[in-house]
Design a protein around this ligand. Structure first.
Ligand SMILES: NC(=O)c1ccc[n+]([C@@H]2O[C@H](COP(=O)([O-])OP(=O)(O)OC[C@H]3O[C@@H](n4cnc5c(N)ncnc54)[C@H](O)[C@@H]3O)[C@@H](O)[C@H]2O)c1
Length: 250
């Protein structure tokens, strides 16, 4: 299938968790479409690998823990000295262990919410002022069907993603009088490294709920992200876009 061309010329995007999985594919497609991309990731080795793989002068990177506001802010200040940030993809995330709430390790619970929810807040908090100044912005928050349905044995992840959906709705309305769109996406399972963090039974249970009967392909996900991040998305904001193969039909 031929890919639709999106125009990201003269656009700069920050993609968090961009060193692998969904984030890496998004970075690749933005670059192919003429954009400049900065990937932020907590894993320096994977960043190095991504830079070698994509091999593009319009790609730069930062070792950033999105759950650390100061780190996020410092990196934003460095970038905005040279360029505006037009696009923010809040994609960094972890699932945490598979366990019932009453057995869940308390520090891990906090960590999962810190990365999935506070990370999204931190990046929006630091980058939105630049978008307001520039009167342009496209933000996509990568949530999950877990944030809509609530997955058993994944309470921290479900809460973090539900929080990111609530944040999207609030922030989208706060910015609706400007040329800034804030949307969330709710993918079902795709075969990236993140699945290794969950038990095989949990992954099988997730898949059994998908009417399409298969995993989401990374490229299918990127395609939705591209439209939401493009200048062509002039109206949709504060919305949740489902990409779950028919699992979450609301
Ligand atoms: N793959 C799926 O089945 C699936 C389904 C629904 C939602 N999602 C969401 O999609 C997003 C991307 O996941 P993926 O499947 O590509 O996973 P992945 O594990 O392949 O990639 C996630 C990236 O985030 C980075 N990261 C983790 N913690 C970070 C932090 N504190 N700061 C910065 N970077 C950090 C990791 O190093 C990694 O490179 C996540 O938010 C995930 O919850 C994935």
């Amino acid at each position: 299938m031929d890919k639709i061309n999106f125009d990201f010329k003269n656009r700069t995007a920050v993609v968090t968790g961009g060193a692998q999985g969904f984030g890496l594919d998004i970075a690749k497609r933005f670059l192919e479409s003429g954009g400049k991309v900065i990937i932020w990731d907590i894993d320096p080795k994977m960043i190095e690998k991504a830079i070698q793989e994509l091999n593009n002068p319009n790609l730069s990177s930062g070792v950033v823990d999105v759950s650390n506001y100061r780190e996020v802010e410092e990196n934003v200040n460095d970038i905005t000295k040279k360029s505006n940030i037009d696009i923010l993809i809040n994609n960094a995330g972890i699932t945490g262990p598979t366990a019932p709430l009453w057995e869940y390790d308390i520090d891990m619970w906090k960590k999962v919410v810190d990365i999935n929810l506070m990370g999204t807040f931190n990046c929006c908090r630091a980058i939105v002022p630049n978008m307001i100044q520039n009167n342009y912005g496209r933000i996509v928050n990568v949530a999950s069907v877990a944030g809509k349905d609530g997955n058993a044995n994944a309470s921290a992840y479900s809460v973090g993603k539900a929080g990111a959906i609530g944040l999207t709705k609030s922030l989208g309305k706060e910015l609706a009088d400007k040329n800034i769109a804030v949307n969330a996406v709710t993918p079902a399972g795709a075969k990236t490294r993140i699945l290794d963090q969950m038990s095989k039974e949990h992954v099988q249970r997730m898949l059994s709920k998908v009417p399409r009967g298969r995993f989401l392909e990374v490229e299918e996900f990127t395609s939705l992200i591209c439209w939401l991040s493009s200048e062509e998305n002039t109206f949709s904001t504060a919305a949740v876009f489902d990409i779950s193969g028919g699992r979450s039909t609301y």
